[in-house]
Ligand binder design. Structure first.
Ligand code: HEC
Ligand code: HEC
Length: 287
């Protein structure tokens, strides 16, 4: 019995965790962007999480330390804004066989994209499919512009996602989970609780049952995605949501899904919905 528990993911996690009763995230810290826009980094958990035992949801920002938190609070020093500037240029650039640019159809990015990031992934009625923000951007490129799709988790995509996200910062994440997406959401929820890999760990084992604890040097958060794409200082790059999922699954020594796969889209919808009520923060900064 002991042996069995030891071999299971939870036992292993217990061994990995450096300090069982680690200090919780700093509940007093407040994120105010550019000294003017207050962000909701702590909120009541959405109703659909009633049976998870989590009553309060926290942005990943709340688990980071001083310098990283400060970098995110000021657009002048947030390193992600170099990419945002590149995307402002790309927004106006004609590309593809139709001779179109994003701006030709959507006009001013600040107006047309306000609130968009907060509701993605979202159902596209006409196509009858769930679209992540990245999938929607690529759909516009291929179907509207006759252009090559961006690499799903490449730098042009993350930059464009960051630019679009900026237009929703401070607005509450508000992803729909019912109606036509109900089954996909359910699939995503199942994945969240599925144990992956040699370590037999699910997303929930780390981000639901152990947030606030440490795995080696990492202070575990709730694995929210309201800050994506996030700038990772370690990698000197903006990281795409599904790329982050891949990293976490790889850490369990499992084979992982492809970015842009139906499985990851379902997981993204579910994870996004666990952040309903937190502010959109992307592009956030992480160690
Ligand atoms: C020829 C016109 C056209 C061009 C060019 C175009 N789009 Fe779109 N875009 C649309 C239409 C139409 C929709 C409505 C949704 C759909 O695809 O059915 C849309 C929807 C979107 C949405 C979702 C908005 C929402 O409220 O859900 C995003 C984000 C977006 N486009 C981004 C881009 C970006 C980024 C570019 C440039 C790389 C671009 N689009 C280029 C026509 C265009
Ligand atoms: C072995 C434990 C472990 C498992 C299992 C795991 N993660 Fe993570 N995850 C981490 C660690 C450690 C970090 C970095 C610290 C943090 O932000 O929590 C992280 C970070 C993240 C982040 C970034 C959060 C932010 O604010 O920057 C997301 C999103 C995430 N994980 C999602 C997932 C999903 C979805 C799954 C399941 C497919 C998963 N993780 C499985 C350990 C894990």
């Amino acid at each position: 019995m002991t042996n069995r528990i030891f071999k299971s993911g939870l036992g292993l996690l217990g061994v990995l965790a450096m300090s069982g009763a680690a200090a919780a995230q700093d509940a007093e810290a407040r994120l105010v962007l550019n000294e003017e826009t207050p962000m909701v980094t702590v909120a009541d958990a959405p109703e659909h999480m009633a049976d998870t035992g989590i009553r309060t949801i926290y942005s990943g920002w709340a688990f980071r330390t001083g310098t990283t938190q400060e970098l995110q609070a000021d657009d002048f020093i947030n390193p992600a804004f170099l990419a945002v500037d590149e995307a402002i240029v790309a927004w106006d650039e004609v590309d593809g066989t139709a001779g179109e640019s994003c701006a030709n159809c959507h006009g001013d990015v600040e107006e047309s994209m306000a609130g968009v990031r907060a509701v993605y992934p979202r159902w596209n009625e006409e196509a009858g499919e769930l679209r992540t923000l990245a999938a929607q951007i690529n759909n516009c490129r291929t179907e509207q512009m006759g252009a090559e799709p961006y690499k799903y988790d490449g730098s042009e995509m993350t930059a464009m996602e960051a630019l679009i996200s900026v237009q929703s910062r401070g607005m509450p994440v508000n992803v729909a989970i019912d109606g036509p997406v109900a089954d996909i959401w359910e699939q995503g929820r199942e994945m969240y609780y599925t144990r992956f890999g040699q370590l037999e760990l699910s997303c929930a084992n780390c981000h639901e049952q152990n947030y606030g604890n440490y795995i080696r040097a990492d202070h575990l958060s709730q694995g929210q995605i309201n800050g994506f794409p996030t700038y990772r200082l370690k990698q000197n790059a903006l990281i795409q949501t599904q790329n982050r999922f891949r990293g976490c699954i790889r850490d369990t020594r499992a084979e992982t899904y492809a970015v842009g796969s139906p499985e990851f889209d379902a997981l993204e919808l579910y994870v996004a919905s666990r952040g309903n009520g937190l502010s959109v923060e992307g592009p956030a900064v992480r160690p």
